[in-house]
Design a protein around this ligand. Structure first.
Ligand code: ADP
Length: 632
């Protein structure tokens, strides 16, 4: 592959414009990465290495693609005279159509989200770019002209293609004759980046960022007559090396390569399994969620290798969906090289590797608990992990242990309370884990349902993430303690209620029988029942869901996403100790009683974040009551 690849240019030259997003991205890449210009080389080498892996895989089924040259490698060459730096590979190459699609447009999923997140503030945006992955466009950090010549493996030499751009807005594509398959990227370096026309400097960068590339990266020998090529990197698959030979920096750089991420990962776990099945896994947890985390079609992040040969990206059979943020490599010695996606779906080896991988990753996550990293992890991926509680019954207990919530003892936007913490703080007599689900954090924190718990000093978990209630429904208990909603069913405080309180309550019920009867009648369309509360100390009333009903919060959430939910009436609970309720009991006039009852019901609905059926009526009745109390 070292011989000159004499390109003969044809006439079929087109000038095309970059997609507008591509131009914006280019601009951002150039400006935001100005402080680390050398990463362009890492990115281009990473692409070349991917191209080689793709060829090796395609060639498994078609040996002819090698065209007699199966020594895959990457070459780096520079010319001080021409001020060019060349990155060459004999990988899969690109056809004319591929070069236009890959280098002129941004087809990647999540691109739109990426642009939505841009603020125009370079400082902020440059952090995003790292997360997005910079790829090929980083070439324009250091070059004012980039020429890419390529031929896809399997196509005849006449179907070579040359792409060229100054990175400003347009690019040209033309057909060229290319004897060798693969891709050659020529950077015409800007004057201020002449430092890269130096063999020593280039070797340093390659060893720093690309040592883990499994392919040889070769450069012409320095000095003398420049006779041969020498390999600059270690050129072995990183994951196959003994752990003790891999530095934290090596792990980080390898992550950046496979994850197309610019930032360091949060943590990794690397294991080699020997015995009946032989495989190596290396998994990483990124430090930031990708843009497409919520895209059902998003690619998965684990690459499958068979005995070091790359088989496929995004192998979705390797990990469950709720671990879709994990990046890494699985290398099996037991799968056939021609394994297909279909075959993976019903393969015992894969099932075993998958189950073990999930355990390893959950173990890694558990090991971070209590550390600073866990806060980041929970903030970025907590919501995805919650899906696991629902989807993965085998690991439900472990996953439940990873959950974090806000609670009445630890309020605030950061969720820090684990179920285990909660259980360890339960006072004697408390038998259940209490939680309150509300539409938002503020509504949860000030909910009247919490009053009795506050009075008794009992902690309640506060849930305001829409998925929480759905998750808890699948998690009926933790360490033998049932999870109970404080806003559903008859509140059973169990051992937390004193004998006196129980007696008092029974007494009240008799005394207030008449009032309850009148309220039930007045509010018969709005409520299922009216009863004396055990939850309230300060508020006059609250709404509760019947134990089998969904509850106001879940009902509202489902309606919001367009689901048809049967409307279940709530139960109104009143607080007989409250002045408003005491006065209510004394009102003889039916019309006035009716107005008061309605106000109390509407207030209770408002307090739990619900919407009034007749807001204007509420205001009118409330005003009438205020005017009345002013005594005018
Ligand atoms: P990414 O590598 O993150 O997908 P890039 O912008 O770096 O994004 O590259 C875009 C695409 O161009 C790649 O996905 C690949 O299909 C193609 N490409 C880039 N470099 C090469 C190369 N050396 N050989 C073959 N294809 C390449």
């Amino acid at each position: 592959m070292t011989e000159a690849n004499a390109d003969r240019v044809d006439v079929n030259k087109e000038t095309l414009g970059f997609q507008s997003e591509t131009r914006a991205l280019l601009d951002l890449v150039i400006h935001s990465l100005y402080s680390h210009p050398e990463i362009f080389l890492r990115e281009l080498i990473s692409n070349a290495s991917d191209a080689a892996e793709k060829l090796r895989f395609e060639a498994l089924g078609n040996d002819g693609l090698y065209e007699g040259d199966s020594q895959l490698e990457i070459q780096i060459e520079y010319s001080g005279q021409q001020k060019t730096l060349t990155i060459r590979d004999n990988g899969i190459g690109m056809s004319r159509e591929e070069i236009i699609n890959n280098l002129g447009t941004l087809a990647r999923s999540g691109t739109r989200e990426f642009f939505k997140n841009l603020t125009g503030d370079r400082q902020h945006d440059s952090q995003l770019i790292g997360q997005f992955g910079v790829g090929f466009y980083s070439a324009f950090i250091v070059a004012d002209r980039v020429t890419v010549s390529s031929r896809r493996a399997g196509l005849p030499p006449e179907q070579g293609v040359r792409w060229e751009s100054d990175g400003l807005g347009e690019y040209t594509v033309q057909g060229v004759l290319r004897k060798k398959r693969g891709t050659e990227v020529v950077l015409h370096l800007k004057d201020e980046f002449k430092e890269y026309l130096n063999g020593w400097r280039l070797r340093e960068i390659i060893r720093r960022y690309s040592d883990h590339i499994a392919l040889p990266i070769r450069m012409p020998e320095e000095g003398g007559g420049r006779t041969g090529w020498e390999t600059v990197n270690r050129a072995t698959a990183l994951w196959a090396r003994p752990k003790k030979d891999i530095t934290p920096g090596d792990y980080d750089e390898f992550y950046k390569h496979i994850a197309h991420d610019f930032e360091k990962p949060l943590a990794h776990v690397h294991t080699r399994t020997e015995g009946k099945l032989e495989y190596i896994t290396l998994f990483y947890i990124p430090s930031r969620a990708p843009f497409d985390l919520w895209d059902r079609e998003a690619r998965h992040g684990v690459k499958l290798y068979v005995r070091r040969v790359f088989i496929m990206d995004d192998a979705e059979q390797l990990l469950p969906r709720y671990l879709r943020f994990v990046r890494g490599v699985v290398d099996s010695s037991d799968l056939p090289l021609n394994v297909s996606r279909e075959l993976l779906q019903r393969n015992k080896t894969i099932d075993t590797i998958r189950a073990a991988s999930v355990k390893k990753i959950l173990g890694l996550i558990e090991s971070l608990a209590g550390k600073e990293e866990y806060k980041t992890l929970w903030k970025e991926f907590g919501r995805v992990l919650k899906e696991g509680v629902v989807e993965d019954p085998d690991n439900r207990e472990t996953l439940a242990g990873l959950l974090r919530f806000e609670s009445t003892l630890h309020p605030g936007d950061e969720q820090t309370v684990s179920l285990a913490d909660y259980v360890s703080r339960m006072p004697p007599g408390q038998e259940a884990i209490y939680y309150l689900a509300a539409t938002d954090a503020a509504a949860a924190r000030s909910s009247p349902h919490l009053e009795v718990f506050r009075k008794k000093g009992v902690e309640v978990l506060l849930m305001s993430d829409p998925v929480d209630e759905w998750v808890v429904m699948h998690l009926t208990e933790f360490k033998g303690k049932p999870l109970k909603s404080v806003s559903r069913g008859d509140l059973d405080l169990g051992g937390l209620e004193t004998e006196e309180e129980k007696k008092e309550r029974q007494g009240e019920t008799r005394e207030l029988k008449d009032l309850l009867g009148r309220l039930r009648k007045t509010l018969e369309h709005e409520t299922k029942d009216v009863r004396i509360t055990r939850r309230l100390t300060d508020s006059p009333a609250c709404l509760v869901a019947d134990s089998q009903d969904m509850g106001g919060n879940l009902e509202r959430l489902l309606k919001a996403v367009g689901q048809n939910v049967p409307a279940a009436k709530p139960i109104l609970e009143i607080n007989p100790g409250h002045a408003l309720i005491k006065r209510l009991a004394g009102i003889e006039d039916e019309a006035r009683f009716n107005d008061w009852a309605r106000i109390i019901f509407d207030q209770a609905l408002l307090a739990e974040g619900g919407r009034l059926g007749d807001p204007a009526g509420f205001v009118r009745r409330l005003n009438a009551l205020i005017v009345g109390s002013l005594g005018t």
